[in-house]
Design a protein around this ligand. Structure first.
Ligand code: CUA
Length: 186
C-alpha cells in the first residue's frame, strides 16, 4: 500500500465519521422532540385520534344531517360540522365569522376526501372512520372556494363547496335565527 492510498483512506474514514455524527445528532434531536412533546403536551404521534363508524354516522350522533353546518355554542364557540361523500360536501355552502376561532369537525362516508378553504391555512384530509378537527381564524370577510383536494374518483374535480366569511356582528345576528347555519340557497 502506498502513502497516498493511506491518506485517502483516512480522509474517507474521517468523512464517514463526521456524517455518522451528523445523523446521530439528527436522530437524537428527533427523539428529544418526541420525549418533550410526549411529556409536556401529553401527545403521541399521531395525536388525538377520534374514530367514528362511517356506516351509521347519517343515522345518529354528531354527523346526522340536521346537525351539519355552523353551530354557536352557549359558550360562544363556533363549530362547523361537515361530511364529505362522493362527490359533494354537506353542507355545500358554509358560513363562518371573521376574527373568531372556528373549529371544523368533519368526516367522510366513503372514500378519502379533503378540503382547503381558498388560500387560507384551513386544510385537512377527511378519512372514513375518523373525525378530522382543527381550529382556525379567518381574518377577512369574503367568499372562498373549498375544493376537495384528495383524488376520490371520477367526480373529484367537480367536488367543492363554498365558504362565506361574514363580519362577526353579521354572523352573530344570523346565528340567532337558526341553530345550524349554512348559506345553501333555499
Ligand atoms: Cu372528494 Cu376528491
Amino acid at each position: 500500500m502506498t502513502a497516498g492510498s493511506h491518506a485517502s483512506e483516512s480522509v474517507a474514514i474521517g468523512a464517514e465519521r463526521r456524517w455518522a455524527i451528523v445523523v446521530a445528532l439528527i436522530i437524537a434531536s428527533l427523539i428529544i422532540v418526541m420525549i418533550v412533546t410526549g411529556l409536556h403536551w401529553s401527545s403521541m404521534p399521531p395525536s388525538r385520534v377520534e374514530t367514528i363508524d362511517p356506516r351509521t354516522l347519517h343515522l345518529a350522533g354528531e354527523f346526522v344531517e340536521s346537525n351539519l353546518g355552523t353551530a354557536v355554542g352557549v359558550d360562544g364557540k363556533v363549530t362547523v360540522r361537515l361530511v364529505a361523500q362522493q362527490y359533494s360536501f354537506m353542507p355545500p355552502c358554509i358560513v363562518v365569522p371573521a376574527d373568531r376561532p372556528v373549529t371544523f369537525r368533519g368526516t367522510s362516508t366513503d372514500a378519502i376526501h379533503g378540503f382547503v378553504v381558498g388560500t387560507t391555512n384551513a386544510n385537512t384530509m377527511l378519512i372514513p372512520g375518523f373525525v378530522a378537527t382543527f381550529t382556525t381564524t379567518f381574518r377577512t370577510p369574503g367568499e372562498h372556494l373549498m375544493p376537495c383536494h384528495e383524488y376520490c374518483g371520477t367526480g373529484h374535480e367537480a367536488m367543492w363547496a363554498r365558504v362565506q366569511v361574514l363580519p362577526a356582528a353579521e354572523f352573530l345576528a344570523r346565528s340567532h335565527d337558526s341553530e345550524r347555519l349554512n348559506c345553501v340557497p333555499r
